[in-house]
Design a protein around this ligand. Structure first.
Ligand SMILES: *Cc1c(COP(=O)(O)O)cnc(C)c1O
Length: 197
């Protein structure tokens, strides 16, 4: 998945012509601006922190929300998805490094949150996402390993709205390590488009 924040529609179209089939935006406003120009040409993912009052703008535009991290957000996504007659695929965001600056639940909270989400029929829990600590690639490996274990735990949860399929981790700095540790979605920005301005 190409992480396209700050990059323009022309650059994104060029990436699509090179074979990119999914893009990730982390701000609702920016996604809304780009959407009309790219709709139908690529799948949109939402990868940033999502405020509940903005769910209504993206609910019918995105294929996968990577940043589900609290029940209140799930409740809102479920409500809006129901209104549109769709089931929203979501990943649970895990703050694997326990960093204050990052969103996401702690690994220990996963089972609890998943259980609380059982009642939301219009949400499907498709896997996990993390933004790992920014460290040299080899030092990130243990965090990715931990995510993989958590992902295996999720797969073992037998709940009707859980279908663990995606492990979203790895960025320009460390994507190959993430893939070695089991990522099946990597989110790449600068390694595709160059430095963000
Ligand atoms: C920007 C962003 C990326 C991509 O980061 P790069 O280092 O440019 O590859 C990945 N995930 C999220 C959530 C992002 O916001």
């Amino acid at each position: 998945m190409a992480a396209t924040k700050t990059f323009g529609v022309d650059a994104i179209k060029e990436a699509i012509s090179c074979g990119i089939t999914a893009i990730g935006e982390n701000r609702v406003q920016e996604l809304m601006e780009k959407y009309p120009h790219l709709k139908g040409q690529v799948d949109f993912h939402f990868i940033g922190h999502l405020q509940t009052n903005k769910v209504k703008y993206i609910i019918d535009k995105v294929k996968l929300v990577h940043s589900l991290d609290r029940e209140k957000l799930a409740e809102e996504i479920d409500k809006r998805a129901k209104q549109k007659g769709i089931i929203m695929d979501c990943l649970i965001e895990v703050n694997i490094g326990g960093e204050d600056t990052k969103f996401g639940i702690s690994p220990e909270e996963m089972h609890n949150l998943v259980k609380k989400l059982e009642k939301y029929d219009n949400i499907k829990i498709k896997g996990l996402m993390t933004i790992a600590p920014y460290l040299p690639p080899e030092e990130v490996r243990p965090y990715f390993k931990r995510m993989r274990e958590l992902f295996e735990d999720l797969k073992r949860i037998n709940q009707r709205n859980v279908e663990a399929q995606y492990l979203s981790m790895g960025m320009s700095n460390d994507y190959w390590v993430a893939v070695e540790e089991g990522a099946n979605i990597v989110r790449i920005g600068t390694a595709i488009f160059g430095e963000r301005r």
